[in-house]
Design a protein around this ligand. Structure first.
Ligand SMILES: Cc1cc2nc3c(=O)[nH]c(=O)nc-3n(C[C@H](O)[C@H](O)[C@H](O)COP(=O)(O)OP(=O)(O)OC[C@H]3O[C@@H](n4cnc5c(N)ncnc54)[C@H](O)[C@@H]3O)c2cc1C
Length: 258
């Protein structure tokens, strides 16, 4: 007999303390969301602590740890709760629902997706985070339907695509780790050696998608369009997608390409 609990704390940040992992949230193991979400808590906290300690950001960045990771824990509880209601129905209604779904699924492939034997862990989408700038041109950035994989956009983790910088092969998420990564679809803008935000001491790297993504596979996966600037956080989630941003336009002009 295996027992588990579904629990969540009210606050994941209390003063100088950040709560993470099973200490902050406990879920049923179906879906592999326990350890995965604990690691994502740590990943979320790590860059925020580093930025605040180095004076690159204020206390508000630490508060966003609760906003982002508590929302992720609530989603994990919702998903694993639904699985458990299907696998171990607690009421007559839940039992009837399970039986009718299984009976339909025996002959109707369209009903297969309703057989809830666990939805594997996915990185949470910080679409409603105070750190994320929504992009009205990218509709439907909420949680995708089960089994679908929509393209990246604000709040979403970028694919860990292979890229090359100055001939050296690496991966996109590894590139993102050192600070904020700005990806432009414009080669002329990326020729500029520095970028305005770097003046505040925050490490910011500007790269051009056409330069690092010679095959175009990443650009296609992101659905990045000409004239866009992708702002990527150190945990490789997209903070914003800006179009024809003033700074890019100014750099293009200053480089004689505008
Ligand atoms: C049967 C089962 C299957 C699972 N399968 C998966 C899976 O497939 N995928 C997945 O993502 N997750 C899975 N999980 C969940 C996963 O194991 C946990 O979410 C994860 O281990 C939590 O990590 P943690 O570091 O937060 O806590 P823990 O792993 O519980 O670590 C806490 C540590 O603190 C120590 N400790 C406690 N009190 C003290 C103290 N006073 N002083 C010093 N040390 C102390 C404990 O001994 C322990 O080593 C599963 C869990 C179970 C039970």
């Amino acid at each position: 007999m295996y027992r588990f609990q579904s629990r969540i704390v009210d606050r994941m940040r209390v003063g100088r303390v950040l709560l993470a992992g099973d200490l902050a949230h406990l879920v049923a193991p179906f879906g592999a969301r326990g350890l995965n979400s604990g690691v994502q808590d740590a990943e979320n906290a790590a860059w925020k602590l580093a930025f605040v300690r180095r004076g690159w950001a204020g206390d508000g960045l630490l508060s966003s740890y609760h906003d982002e990771r508590h929302a992720a824990a609530v989603e994990n509880l919702d998903v694993t709760g639904a699985t458990m209601r299907f696998l171990v129905p607690g009421t007559d209604e839940e039992r009837r629902h399970r039986l009718s779904t299984l009976e339909r699924a025996a002959t109707d492939p369209a009903a297969h997706a309703q057989v809830d034997s666990g939805r594997l862990a996915e990185p949470f989408w910080y679409t409603d985070s105070p750190l994320t700038t929504p992009d009205p041109a990218r509709a439907g950035t909420g949680r995708p339907p089960r089994g679908s994989l929509p393209p990246a956009g604000p709040g979403v983790l970028v694919p860990d695509a292979p890229v090359a910088v100055a001939g050296r092969r690496t991966r996109l998420r590894a590139l993102a780790r050192d600070g904020f990564l700005l990806l432009t679809t414009d080669t002329a803008a990326a020729a500029a050696p520095s970028f305005g935000v770097a003046a505040a001491g925050v490490p910011v790297r500007l790269l051009s998608l056409p330069d690092i993504d010679r095959t175009g596979a990443l650009t296609a996966a992101l659905t990045a369009r000409p004239g866009e600037l992708w702002v990527i956080r150190p945990d490789a989630h997209v903070a914003a997608v800006l179009r024809e941003p003033a700074v890019t336009a100014a750099l293009r002009r200053a480089l004689g390409a505008g």
